[in-house]
Design a protein around this ligand. Structure first.
Ligand code: BES
Ligand code: MN
Ligand code: ZN
Length: 505
């Protein structure tokens, strides 16, 4: 249960992005209707300017608008809808990423409007269904705000979008809208969960939410409480939970395709509902309010699964969300304690703030027991990932280049950037322990790698990819499709990975 002192309103939902009133109507049109509040034109740096705008390139240039990516200009008008131009870059540089960004920048430029029309400019060789998906994603992700706990949210919800297309493209673009609405809804669900305060979204609340939503999204779900976790031998998750007044939960989900299954992927997500560091308490720092997002991996996995049936995924997916907070107290796990993971391996705790790998090891063992074709895990695991790659790019590791390459392809399709780092086996001895099979702390350098080497011990040699999203879990600013706050990073990447998954060996 969430703490009663928080006086959480009865109608509070940690998943507002799923509310039916949030549905935005996207329509591909060959001419705008008359009731739009705003119309936006994408303009390249070099191609023609839409005649309907009534301004030529010189006029735009006099106002300082060249059409560079990210540029926007409000064009004053005497009557009719508000008009905006949005930079689309050079015509030859049109990509899936640039189209998604243009749509996002339209949504931001016309932020005070609920009904928006958009002319996209050149589409390059991007197939038209994908165009529709990118537009829906860009607009819905950019318009996202977590305003559930504001009395006056002061945001204009998006209501309807019309996109101008050639008559021959109406049908394909419309199909793409339906897909983009689903992928953006997933990413925004992951954001909701990560933005929700830790007292509002405890492990128990997360499990109850999964139990109540699973059927709607065609998923099987089981939630395991503390007693059941003892019976399963999940000593990593229980050890981290020991200091908390809140019970842990392991949430197991399964998506089974309606027709023949083309493969089986297991996913594991880190669900630290709040990471105080435990007895190895994090030093006082305002940044640590971001540790409510330490369940961003679990949120991304759960959110991704909610999209699979509706997108016709043919891969079976089994998921494990490892949920607890990490708190100091009289009952907390201590430095020097030895935890026994589900596979019987013992771990000496040298730092209680390296808790992610402890809960993930139980999850990875459970995942391997399903005998999947591959395992992928996602975790806000190390500050070192943030230090090495910053907030734009997640660290990618693995033991098998084929599954790593599939993760890279999913990353490229979704603009959730990753960079592969080496799983350098030379550093494995940094994890040696005098008293247990392994310790949870590496040396001072390559912290993302030593954490990945720890996880590698629990995947039983199955093809495995690991995403460390500590850097990418949040955005400091509104930046194209990334809205300030939790990014939902990984939800769209995991959807794409499952959709395109191919068995490895
Ligand atoms: N949740 C943190 C990692 C993190 C840091 C996520 C910054 C997002 C932003 C993780 O549990 C942690 O505390 N890691 C430690 C590990 C260390 C003690 C080996 C870290 O990275 O400092
Ligand atoms: Mn930690
Ligand atoms: Zn953590």
């Amino acid at each position: 249960m969430a703490s009663t002192y928080l006086l959480i309103p009865d109608d509070f939902t940690p998943a507002p992005s799923l509310l039916p009133e949030r549905i935005v109507g996207f329509e591909a049109v060959t001419g705008f209707s008359s009731d739009l509040g705003a119309v936006a034109y994408a303009v390249t740096t070099d191609g023609g300017v839409a005649a309907a705008l009534g301004l030529d390139r010189d006029a735009l240039a006099r106002a300082g608008f060249e059409g560079k990516p990210g540029q926007t200009l409000a064009v004053p008008t005497a009557e009719g809808p508000a008009v905006y131009v949005v930079g689309a870059g050079a015509e030859a540089d049109v990509t899936t990423d640039s189209l998604r960004d243009v749509a996002a920048n339209v949504a931001r430029a016309a932020a005070t409007h609920a009904r928006i029309g958009m002319s996209l400019g050149p589409l390059g060789d991007v197939d038209r269904e994908t165009v529709g998906q990118l537009v829906a994603e860009g607009m819905l992700l950019a318009r996202y705000r977590f305003s559930e706990l504001k009395t006056d949210p002061k945001v204009t919800p998006l209501d309807a979008v019309e996109v101008l297309v050639g008559a021959a493209d109406v049908s394909a673009v419309t199909d793409g809208f339906a897909r983009g609405v689903i992928t953006a809804r997933s990413a925004n669900l992951a954001r909701d969960l990560a933005n929700t305060p830790p007292g509002h979204l405890t492990a128990t609340v997360f499990a109850d939410l999964a139990l109540s939503l699973a059927e709607d999204f065609g998923l099987e779900v089981e939630a395991f409480d503390k007693q059941q976790l003892f019976e399963l031998g999940c000593g990593g998750l229980l050890g981290v939970n020991a200091g908390s007044a809140e019970e842990p939960r392991m949430i197991k989900l399964r998506y089974t395709p309606a027709g023949e299954s083309t493969g089986h992927l297991a996913m594991v997500g880190k669900g630290i509902m709040y990471d105080s560091g435990g007895i190895s308490l994090k030093p006082s720092d305002p940044m640590h309010l971001a540790m409510k997002m330490d369940m961003g991996g679990a949120a991304a996995v759960f959110a991704a699964l909610t999209a699979l049936r509706d997108l016709g995924c043919t891969t079976t997916v089994t998921a494990f969300l490892m949920c607890t907070d990490n708190m100091p107290s009289g009952s907390a796990y201590k430095l020097g304690d030895v935890l026994t993971i589900r596979n019987g391996m013992t771990v000496e705790v040298k730092n209680t703030d390296a808790e992610g790998r402890l809960v993930m090891s139980d999850g990875l063992v459970l995942a391997t027991e399903e005998e999947p074709d591959a395992v992928v895990d996602i975790a806000t695991l190390t500050g070192a990932a943030l230090v090495s790659l910053g907030a734009a790019t997640a660290a990618l590791f693995g033991n098998d280049q084929a599954i790593i390459d599939q993760a890279k392809a999913a990353s490229a399709a979704t603009d959730e950037q990753v960079w592969q780092l080496p799983l350098e086996k030379k550093y494995r001895k940094q994890l040696d322990s005098d008293v247990a099979d392994i310790s949870n702390l590496g040396g001072p350098y390559a912290g993302a790698t030593t954490a990945a080497l720890f996880l590698n011990e629990f995947v039983g040699g199955l093809p495995w990819a690991h995403l460390d999203i500590a850097g990418t879990m949040q955005s400091e600013t509104d930046d194209s499709w990334r809205s300030k706050g939790a990014t939902g990073f990984g939800a769209r990447l995991l959807i794409e990975l499952a959709l395109a998954f191919e068995k490895i060996r």
